[in-house]
Design a protein around this ligand. Structure first.
Ligand code: CO
Length: 138
């Protein structure tokens, strides 16, 4: 069911500082400007690589879902991995059928397509994001 690995999500306390590290130290050349995503309580920026992306996420607002993660990991850290799926509702139904805890109803993510998150306790300790593939022409 899962398609390409779309991105690895990395939670950071300071997105601009993280962007500088990826640009200056690792030599990434294609980094998007940070954007708030208030519905998800984060600001994000993408580091575009020849294959795949890194998604830097910084808390946005009072009740950010990554605030606790950053309390435990004050320097930031690897937060989730995201796989593409063709149809997010079919994927959600399949996950529920298989006994996975789905953490949210499909909602629009950073790529403008619907996403769900799966409870890491059901997936080997890894927070998994499933994201509907962007359709051609969108
Ligand atoms: Co993500």
């Amino acid at each position: 069911m899962i398609g390409p690995l779309n991105h690895v999500g990395i939670a950071v306390p300071d997105i601009r500082e993280a962007m500088t590290f990826y640009r200056e130290t690792l030599g990434a050349t294609d980094i998007t400007q940070p954007k708030p995503l208030p519905q998800q309580g984060v600001s994000f920026a993408f580091i575009n690589l020849p294959a795949g992306q890194i998604e830097l996420i910084e808390p946005y607002g009072e009740a950010s879902p990554i605030a606790k993660f950053l309390e435990r990991n004050p320097k930031g850290g690897q937060h989730h991995v995201c796989f593409e799926v063709d149809d997010i509702h079919a994927a959600r139904d399949r996950m529920v059928e298989r006994g996975m805890r789905v953490l949210n109803e499909p909602r629009i993510g950073a790529h403008g397509t619907p996403v769900i998150f799966l409870h890491p306790g059901d997936s080997g300790g890894v927070l998994i994001e499933l994201m509907e593939s962007p359709k051609a022409g969108h």
